[in-house]
Design a protein around this ligand. Structure first.
Ligand code: PLP
Length: 368
């Protein structure tokens, strides 16, 4: 065979800046653990991806079971969806664009602003997709480190701005720390006119939002998702609130039909069942406080105060990666991040009361 048929041959055609691209390191899917641990897949307790342990609204399951038009493409303009989201958010439909998860919107926004060599500023440690998508666009990801308490340093962000800065991204509350940046500081980020993306994936848990301001600022974008509070992570549906001119650009540059019909149905049904879903959010917030208290009692752990549905926890003795593995062997999945600043931490999603009980019991058994 000629060398043109070897993998080396084909690599020559791949974008040089992507040849060594590492990709996104996602959490472990339970089905991949089958046979590797002594716990069966359906008994695994998943506290690693901030999903809603109560599932989606029962109305969603019922509506999808009886839906019959899967053969028909969805509305590319998202008209009904955007109207429903306008009612939910109180922001006019002209400011709204939906995506295949808010991850897709992060990618779409960065593609709109970032050319090769442009810079994206974010306060790290933070959500991994920001650096992932920046790299895919050929941009440079500029990290402004958070302080010991994982709070952001506004003057350091301002000092990091250069002529090439095109977007500043702030996860609020932040993932993985759960810390909330005060509203006044978020507003200050918008001072110099650079596009600011505020990712409010955990808004329903924190209750703080700058969304009502998108119509007043030309440079404010806010992202939301149905993955966390509404239990729809598997259906991939998120949305953003944008100045209307940016919304127009995004609607033109997005992949056609990016939100599938199952997700469209699921949003309509979820929005008919907000009381039920917010009931699960309240249950998770209450359980968060109980989990926090339980973790505080473990001498070798130090949980961080959080405004989201997860708790970042410092592991004060022993290796965090070991702890993750020991919990996994017992069928409990938590998230570990392979980054120097997070070396001694694990992130635990808040589950149901019985999940907290099982976790605390395992932690006692593991000891030090
Ligand atoms: C989970 C999460 C999202 C959600 O992404 P989807 O694509 O909507 O599932 C977005 N931003 C942050 C910070 C998150 O933690």
């Amino acid at each position: 065979m000629s060398s043109l048929n070897s993998s080396e041959g084909i690599e020559r055609f791949i974008r040089p800046d992507l040849r060594d691209f590492a990709g996104y390191s996602a959490h472990t899917s339970p089905e991949t653990l089958k046979g590797k641990i002594d716990v069966s897949v359906q008994d695994i307790i998943k506290l690693d991806a901030n999903e809603n342990p109560y599932g989606c609204s029962p109305k969603v399951s019922r509506a999808l079971a009886s839906y019959s038009d899967f053969n028909v493409y969805p509305d590319n303009g998202q008209v009904l969806l955007r109207q429903s989201l306008a009612e939910y958010t109180g922001i006019d439909a002209g400011y709204i664009v939906a995506g295949h998860g808010s991850n897709q919107l992060i990618d779409l926004i960065l593609r709109l602003f970032i050319s090769k060599g442009d810079e994206v500023i974010s306060c790290t440690p933070t959500f991994g997709i920001y650096s992932f998508s920046t790299a895919l666009c050929g941009g440079k990801f500029v990290e402004v480190p958070r302080d010991k308490g994982f709070n952001i340093n506004i003057s350091a962000v301002k000092a990091a701005v250069t002529g090439k800065t095109k977007v500043i991204i702030l996860a609020n509350p932040n993932n993985p720390s759960g810390t909330l940046t005060p509203r006044q500081d978020v507003l200050e980020l918008m001072d110099n006119g650079i596009p600011v993306l505020v990712d409010e994936a955990y808004y329903e848990f924190s209750g703080q939002s700058v969304a009502p301001l998108v119509s007043q600022y030309q440079n404010l974008m806010v992202l939301r998702t149905f993955s966390k509070w509404a239990g729809l992570a598997g259906l991939r549906i998120g949305y953003g609130l944008f100045p209307s001119r940016i919304a127009d650009f995004l609607l033109r540059t997005k992949i056609p039909y990016n939100v599938n019909v199952a997700a469209l149905v699921a949003v309509q049904e979820s929005l008919k069942d907000i009381d039920y879903l917010m009931g699960t959010v309240r249950a998770i917030v209450a359980e968060r406080e109980r989990l926090f208290a339980g973790l505080e009692k473990v001498e070798w752990l130090k949980p961080l105060h959080t405004q989201a549905n997860f708790i970042l926890c410092a592991v004060l003795s022993g290796e965090a990666t070991e702890l993750k593995r020991k919990l996994q062997d017992r069928g409990i999945l938590v998230r570990y991040f392979d980054q120097p600043v997070l070396k001694n931490y694990i992130r635990i999603s808040v589950g149901k009361p019985e999940h907290t009980d099982a976790l605390l019991k395992c932690l006692q058994e593991i000891g030090i």
